[in-house]
Design a protein around this ligand. Structure first.
Ligand SMILES: *[C@@H]1O[C@H](CO)[C@@H](O)[C@H](O)[C@H]1NC(C)=O
Ligand SMILES: *[C@@H]1O[C@H](CO)[C@@H](O)[C@H](O)[C@H]1NC(C)=O
Ligand SMILES: *[C@@H]1O[C@H](CO)[C@@H](O)[C@H](O)[C@H]1NC(C)=O
Ligand SMILES: *[C@@H]1O[C@H](CO)[C@@H](O)[C@H](O)[C@H]1NC(C)=O
Length: 278
């Protein structure tokens, strides 16, 4: 089974390389789709026995099935080991940007739906936010330690910075299906969420189960003066809660930023909801 999968993978890779070599074009030959008209395609031999040059939509690097040679990240061939740190886990390596990585994973390809049993995404990470443009946020309401009446409407207010928020793709059809992007100012384009989870008490030390939350919402509202307001229409039952943000790109993947060491992009507050005090 394992050998078969590996043999298939090798065969697939050879085919992919052959296919790629047939369509290789220097980057300068790329033209954008609006300049293309398939009816004008011309095939010719550059030199007998050499590459076929086909002017057509496949010259567009955004539709071509071949990896543009200028896009190969040769640094990914390194395991990244360092003699002075024996604890480093060797990185997986690739000389083709991991384009066929999911052939090594025995799960379906991520296909734009939310595959709850797990899947493998062939989507690149895409645009990574610069260090001086990292998004951040702070809950304005409820505040940490707030007391709220049970089962009563309230509005969450979240201050956000460096984030073009309120943009979201269809989570049933386009979940994780496109890379992260930024706007022209380099700010993350996407949307925030807030999720409210019950805790046993303020000092509880038990990690929560992410499957088991009380209220979850995508913040589709657009910020006004840097603050988004998003409603919890029926409130929540009495209890003690943790409320946290989840900052994502348009296609719902968590925000990716250019440096490993940074403050949290998210905010968390703990508050109490009670039947009694009101
Ligand atoms: C290897 O580790 C040493 C000691 O931490 C560090 O000074 C050096 O920059 C590291 N080299 C690389 C390539 O990470
Ligand atoms: C997406 O993938 C999942 C898991 O393989 C599958 O159950 C589902 O039918 C697929 N949906 C579409 C629209 O391809
Ligand atoms: C949040 O509020 C709770 C309850 O008042 C308190 O125990 C905790 O110290 C507060 N945490 C912070 C970071 O203020
Ligand atoms: C996604 O699917 C859920 C469950 O079927 C549905 O309630 C929701 O309206 C759908 N969302 C969109 C944007 O299609």
């Amino acid at each position: 089974m394992h050998l078969n999968a590996k043999a298939l993978w090798v065969a697939h890779t050879i085919l992919a390389v052959v296919a790629a070599s047939k369509t290789l074009q220097p980057p300068s030959s790329h033209t954008s789709p609006h300049q293309q008209d398939e009816s004008l395609s011309t095939d010719f031999w550059e030199q007998p026995g050499q590459l076929i040059h086909r002017q057509g939509p496949e010259d567009d690097p955004q539709t071509s099935l071949a990896l543009d040679p200028s896009q190969i990240q040769t640094a990914y061939a390194s395991q990244g080991l360092n003699e002075s740190d024996s604890g480093i886990t060797p990185s997986l390596t690739s000389t083709n940007n991991f384009i066929n990585f999911c052939l090594t994973q025995d799960v379906p390809l991520t296909n734009g739906t939310q595959v709850g049993r797990g899947s493998c995404s062939p989507t690149p990470m895409g645009r990574i936010v610069a260090k001086d443009k990292m998004p951040s946020c702070k809950f304005i309401y409820p505040k940490n330690g707030s007391l709220l009446p049970a089962n009563t409407l309230f509005d969450v207010k979240l201050a956000i910075r460096n984030f073009e928020s309120g943009l979201y793709s269809n989570p049933n059809i386009s979940y994780y299906s496109a890379p992260q992007t930024t706007n022209d100012d380099g700010l993350l384009r996407g949307h925030a969420h807030f999720v409210i989870e019950a805790v046993a008490d303020y000092l509880s030390e038990t990690p929560l189960d992410p499957v088991d939350f009380t209220f979850f919402k995508s913040i589709k509202e657009v910020p006004v003066n840097g603050v988004v307001t998003s409603r919890v229409p029926n409130g929540i039952p009495s209890g003690i809660y943790r409320m946290s943000t989840i900052t994502t790109a348009i296609n719902h993947q968590p925000a990716l930023v250019g440096v490993a060491q940074h403050g949290s992009l998210e905010d968390v507050v703990y508050f109490k909801v009670t039947d009694n005090a009101f």
